[in-house]
Design a protein around this ligand. Sequence first.
Ligand SMILES: Nc1ncnc2c1ncn2[C@@H]1O[C@H](COP(=O)(O)OP(=O)(O)OP(=O)(O)O)[C@@H](O)[C@H]1O
Length: 252
Amino acid sequence: MQPILNAETVSIYYGPKRAVNEVSLSILPNTVNALIGPSGCGKTTFLRAINRMHDVTPGAKVTGKITLDGQDIYASDMDPVAVRRRIGMVFQKPNPFPTMSVYDNVASGLRLSGVTNKSYLDQIVERSLRQAALWDEVKDRLKSPATGLSGGQQQRLCIARALAVEPEVLLMDEPTSALDPASTSRIEDLLATLKKDVTILIVTHNMQQAARVSDTTSFFLNGDLVENGVTADIFTNPKDERTEAYVTGRFG
Ligand SMILES: Nc1ncnc2c1ncn2[C@@H]1O[C@H](COP(=O)(O)OP(=O)(O)OP(=O)(O)O)[C@@H](O)[C@H]1O
């Protein structure tokens, strides 16, 4: 099977400081991939390179090559906005648009791309909220402010908002770290269903979470990708002793 996403010797700099060192990684479609490693090892920096978020970080520079379906996402004729439509992102803290209703949050991406047909928007909003396992909880309050939802519901709303434009890849940066255990578990369950439609990369500090939700795991340390493989192998039979030390809790 062809990878959907491919990183080749990707390095990322903040000014003169190199935060990610020549990382190469292939991601297969319809999989969940966990990025793990101690604080400051470059997981978020790497994730943000995948949808060109560093374009808006002053002084940041990405070298190497990242392809989506074989297309170089940093090619001069690639529009970063189009890249972000194909590669969505969900952040650590739920960040619904605070002045918008539940419905308008989910519809926002489509409206930005010029969609105005109400019945089409209704259909996509419902589909996205169902995909994010939120529809039953909000179907009677679609016009209410998104900020009235609980933290866990807000995060699922952000997932629905990301899904509404039908991305091929969804990047999740510690999406449950601000949530209680019940909300965390709902989102973890959701990933198994979502991967049928979208390929997922998830940064997590929580190794049990990585083990529970992911098909493959990449272990980062000091900006290096130390080891990448099938999650069960990384946790039970790692090849590199640094991976073993980390997954057995000896540091980090
Ligand atoms: N905007 C920035 N400007 C300068 N340095 C940065 C910036 N963002 C991150 N860094 C540095 O880059 C390195 C990697 O940070 P990054 O946030 O990617 O790590 P991480 O593995 O995601 O950490 P955490 O798990 O704590 O979120 C760190 O040394 C960090 O201080």
